[in-house]
Design a protein around this ligand. Structure first.
Ligand SMILES: Nc1ncnc2c1ncn2[C@@H]1O[C@H](COP(=O)(O)OP(=O)(O)OP(=O)(O)O)[C@@H](O)[C@H]1O
Ligand SMILES: [Mg+2]
Length: 577
């Protein structure tokens, strides 16, 4: 599980190793200090020898400075290594997500992917820094401090061994109970995260339904839950503190007691006694670090799992080897196509669909909500793969094409389309980098966008905010149509793309489309008969099946659903338009 993450350390292996190495030296120099202190006391103070005091004193200063320098280098390389690792990890996640199919994205949800790229990577970054620094420090401190103590006086050092064992036992018990609680806390964080994300992104909806109070209550409930669990977990962890204090002071007492006896027996010096006290503190601090490490690592394990899940997911739709790069024409064939979404297994969304569309035809698709219109057209650009049968574009199965080549030639204005932050011109060039200013204006004219763009102060250089929040729904739809037109596609799909546009403009757009992009197959999905009536043929979709297929006149004669829709829409048209 951890391997896909480790593979991303890459060029930051060196700084990571240096961080550990410098930490190693920092600890060695640090550990030597109390040892020298004992020399100052024994050979300097007690013997009243100023020379020794200066000698050892200076040596201490030098070692302290060395330790400081190493500590700084270790911190620097630690930050470098962990931040670099996080950068690589984010990039790997980002690149992976770019390969994902709609199905993969449905599975993780967009919000879930963002949390993984942000919060989870940060958790892993912190844990990594901890591993390359503190994880080196704590055991080294412990081992060195105990070894030096043994060197000074083996009998006394045994005290540390017992104390360490006692504390390790307490730690184990604490962690055993606190671990599961911490895990729960982090799952609850996930819940809170998604609640916050949903609410903030949909703030406008929340406000318009006056749901702030209710949502705030929900949020407070979730955050109180986390608070409660955290307090419970911390309550267990803080048992550590009295245990630590108990160990420290009992060590002091035992050392003083045994030390006094040994000093009297001339087996021990006062200097050695003071250094023992220092080592007691060092040892206890390193044990405390162990607790911290364990808590941090548990926290990050959940994040590791979540990142690894994304990194190891295989994109469900990939280009075939040596895929076709040319789409011959805009002809379309559906042969016995069955299709369903992974998440709604029980039911097929499209059921045995057969269809043949000639290149250059204008096709309307009409059908109730949920009848499968969007699903049908998404198969053309291979956003999803069929479960059975085949979809052919330009005479070849869509699975034979290189994905990019296919999608470049099948332009789709999605039902929920967005613009990106940048100027209108930049947004237009999304579809076609080489588009000239004249081409952009021409496309916007067809899409009936030129008129309102010209009224903006900055015209085509007007900044679009993220998602297109500063243009109206209808304006956004028109800009999206223009953007699709610029790709000069073989097949152009407009999925309910004029739903927010008034009927007059809708008609103008259709007239513009008819006059341009000759030879391009155009598929227009709509709930409005007026939007599809001049199409060469209209598909009536009902519950994932083709219910009728023919021109407006033919369908009016033969198709019951079409007749009903026509009647309700023409009757209501007085108020509608
Ligand atoms: N990403 C998805 N994951 C799971 N189920 C989906 C997904 N998208 C659509 N569906 C389901 O598939 C069915 C057909 O949906 P589709 O979007 O094709 O309908 P539609 O005809 O375009 O409807 P509308 O007119 O409302 O746009 C619906 O029952 C819907 O719940
Ligand atoms: Mg739809």
């Amino acid at each position: 599980m951890i391997r896909p993450l480790l593979a991303q350390i890459k060029e930051y292996k060196k700084p990571s190793l240096l961080a550990s190495l410098f930490m190693f030296f920092e600890v060695i120099f640090e550990i030597a200090l109390p040892f020298l202190m004992s020399y100052i006391i024994d050979y300097g103070v007690n013997k009243q020898d100023m020379g020794n005091i200066t000698k050892y004193g200076l040596l201490m200063v030098v070692l302290a400075l060395l330790s400081l320098a190493c500590g700084m280098q270790s911190a620097r390389y630690g930050a470098l290594g962990s931040a670099g690792f996080a950068k690589n990890l984010r990039r790997a996640l980002y690149n992976k997500v770019q390969t994902f199919s709609f199905e993969n994205i449905d599975h993780f949800s967009a919000g879930g992917l963002v949390t993984r790229m942000m919060t989870d990577v940060t958790n892993v970054q912190n844990a990594y820094q901890m591993i390359i620094r503190v994880c080196v420090r704590a055991p080294l401190n412990l081992i060195f401090a105990i070894s030096v103590s043994f060197f000074i006086n083996a009998k006394m050092a045994m005290i540390f061994v017992y104390v360490a064992l006692f504390l390790a036992l307490i730690l184990a018990v604490v962690l055993k109970f606190a671990f599961p609680l911490f895990r729960k806390v982090f799952n609850a964080y996930d819940e809170l995260n998604s609640s916050v994300q949903e609410n903030i992104t949909n703030m406008r909806v929340v406000k318009s339904y006056v749901k702030e109070e209710e949502e705030t209550k929900k949020f407070q409930g979730a955050s109180r839950k986390i608070y409660g669990m955290f307090v419970k977990a911390i309550r267990i962890v803080i048992i550590n503190n009295p245990a630590m204090m108990l160990s420290m002071y009992s060590s002091f007492i035992m050392i003083s007691w045994i030390g006094a006896h040994l000093i009297v027996a001339k087996e021990f010096t006062t200097g050695e006694l003071t250094s023992m006290f220092s080592y007691t503190i060092t040892i206890l601090i390193s044990l405390m670090m162990f607790t911290m490490i364990f808590v941090m690592l548990t926290i990050s394990m959940a994040s590791v799992e979540r990142i690894s899940e994304v990194l190891t997911t295989q994109a469900t739709i990939v280009s075939p080897l040596n895929g076709l790069t040319e789409v011959k024409d805009g002809s379309i064939t559906f042969e016995h196509v069955d299709f369903g979404y992974e998440t709604s297994e029980e039911k097929l969304v499209l059921n045995d669909v057969n269809l043949s569309i000639k290149s250059g035809e204008v096709i309307g698709i009409l059908g109730g909500t949920g009848s499968g219109k969007s699903s049908l057209v998404q198969l053309l650009a291979r956003m999803y793969d069929v479960d059975a049968g085949s979809v052919k574009v330009g005479g070849r199965d869509v699975r034979d094409y290189d994905l990019d080549a296919l999608r470049r030639k099948v332009a789709m204005v999605l039902q929920t389309n967005v613009l990106f932050s940048g100027t209108i011109k930049e947004n237009m060039r999304w579809g076609n980098k080489q588009a000239t200013d004249e081409e952009i204006v021409a496309a916007c004219k067809i899409a009936q966008a030129d008129e309102f763009i010209s009224q903006f102060k900055d015209g085509y250089d007007t900044m679009i905010e993220r998602g297109g929040a500063n243009v109206s729904g209808g304006q956004r739809q028109r800009l999206c149509i223009a953007r699709a037109l610029l790709t000069n596609p073989k097949i152009l799909i407009l999925d309910d793309s004029t739903s927010a546009v008034d009927t007059k403009t809708d008609q103008l757009i259709r007239q513009g489309l008819a006059a341009s992009l000759q030879g391009t197959t155009k598929i227009i999905i709509s709930q409005r008969i007026s939007s599809v009536e001049d199409a060469d043929r209209i598909i009536v979709l009902d519950d994932g099946k083709i219910n009728g297929l023919g021109s407006h006149e033919e369908l009016l004669q033969t198709n019951k659903i079409y007749q009903e829709v026509y009647e309700t829409q023409t009757k209501g048209s007085d108020q509608d338009d």
